[in-house]
Every structure is written in C-alpha cells, then in structure tokens.
Design a protein around this ligand. Sequence first.
Ligand code: NDP
Ligand code: 8X3
Length: 252
Amino acid sequence: MSDIVLITGATSGFGRAAARRFADAGWSLILTGRREERLTELAEELSQRVRVHTAVLDVRDEKAVQSVIDELPEAFRRVKTLVNNAGLALAPQPAQDVDLADWHTMIDTNIKGLVNVTHAVLPTLIETGAGASIVNLGSVAGQWPYPGSHVYGASKAFVQQFTYNLRCDLQGTGVRVTDVAPGMAETEFTLVRTGGDQAASDALYRDTTPLQAEDVAELIYYTATLPAHVNVNRLEVMPTRQAWSAFAVDRD
Ligand code: NDP
Ligand code: 8X3
C-alpha cells in the first residue's frame, strides 16, 4: 500500500506542485480545493501514475470538511500526511483602509479553515502513528511585520503557534507537525491578494528571483519524508534576493 497525502488548496501554487512532488514518489493523493475543473485537470494528469481522490472543498465549511473526511473511500482512509496549504492574503492596503469582510475572509480561511481540517484529520493521523505528519503553510509574514500585512501576517502567526502547541499535545502519538514558512514565491497568491491585478503581480516578481511553487513543494515533501524520529518545527525560507529592510521612522 502506498502512503497517502491529503492536500488542501491543490488547485494552484504550492498545493498543486506538492501534489506533483508526492506523485513523483508514488504517494496516493487526496486533492481538495474549490475549483472543480482544476482538480479534475490535475487528477487526469496524475492518475496516470498514482491513485488520486478529489473532493471539491471550501475549508471554511466545517461540515463539508468533516463529510469529506468521513466519506473518504476505503483505499484513501489511512492518511499519513496532511498538508494544510489552502490560504490567501487580501487587501494589501493599510489596515485603516481595509474592508472588514476581507479580514474575516482571511481569518475564516487561514485560521478557521486550517483548524477545521486539522480537527477532522487528527484521529486518522494518530491512528497512522509513527511517520505521520501535518505540514502547515505559514509564512515569513507570521514572524516579521511589514506594511499591509495586518490580518494576513497575524493569521500566519497563529499557524506558527498552533503548530508548536499541537506538537506538545501530540507528543507520544508519533505525529509530527511542521510550520513551513516561505517568503516571496511566484504563484497566484499576489493575483488573489490584489483582487486580480495581473500587472501588480507581474511587477512584484519582475527583475528578481522569487521562490517557485516547486521549491516550496520540495520543502513540504522533505519535512514529511524525514525519518519518523525527526520533527522540523519551523522551516523559514526566503529567496536569496529577498531580505529585511530598515526600521521605518516617521519624521516631521
Ligand atoms: P495560490 O493562490 O496559488 O494557491 C492558494 C490555494 O488555496 C488555491 O489552491 C486555492 O484553491 C486554495 N484556497 C483558497 N481559499 C480556499 C478555501 N476557502 N477553501 C479551500 N481552498 C482554498 O497561493 P500559494 O500557493 O502561494 O499559497 C498557498 C499557501 O501558502 C497559502 O496558505 C499562502 O498564504 C501561503 N504562502 C504563500 C506565499 C507566497 O508568496 N506565494 C509565501 C508564504 C506562504 P481554490 O481557489 O480552488 O479553492
Ligand atoms: C506570503 C509571503 O512575503 O508576501 O506569505 O508575506 S509575503
């Protein structure tokens, strides 16, 4: 029997690249996301090589999350790795100019959605035991402040602390938990963040060398496939060409 990975947000970016990476290693895939046509397309590509189960799923919908887990086909029930990847940033403008609805969407997706999926899959992971893992997609924004990060960065700080706290409670079960925290990576992330502004997205990634989805997928796969006695707590990664800047000082 091959190992089984469940990936949220497998329709784009890191999630889709991770699906391909795990498929390369022969894992069975449970792929979820809201965009059905993208899931179908990816399943058609990967099911040539490995077993694939897809489920259209909005992680914010607690009941739907539980149903997807409860109704997994027998061959996909014993999940070994959960990749909590679904997430988004919205409204890059200053906090004082943001619609409250955008803050709520980030909290509902990046925090409550991740919690919904984790809660539903935990019993299975504990049953799997040694070698099982949860890989949470955090961000450098969860550790380092910058303008326009407001609730997005705060939601990723939650991911970091939730990861650490889970580790405490899961001690003795064999289940590992990791916060993979990337910096700037070229995916559909900025298109979503800017409300579909392709020019703004292109401008951010132009004339530099951002991380690619495949780079992050490799890190996700790496943490999940280390020997069972090794737990990476947090893996923060930036493009070589990205670093921090000076403190901002308001002057007269
Ligand atoms: P993409 O926008 O390319 O992918 C985001 C994925 O999340 C999509 O598959 C989308 O699927 C899914 N998603 C969003 N909302 C929901 C929802 N409510 N329910 C289910 N799925 C959802 O971005 P990335 O691949 O870059 O981002 C993946 C993760 O990595 C996110 O958590 C992001 O915060 C984090 N991250 C990104 C960085 C970057 O610079 N790109 C850096 C650090 C972290 P669909 O729309 O089909 O539902
Ligand atoms: C996304 C990376 O640098 O835009 O989490 O905060 S960054």
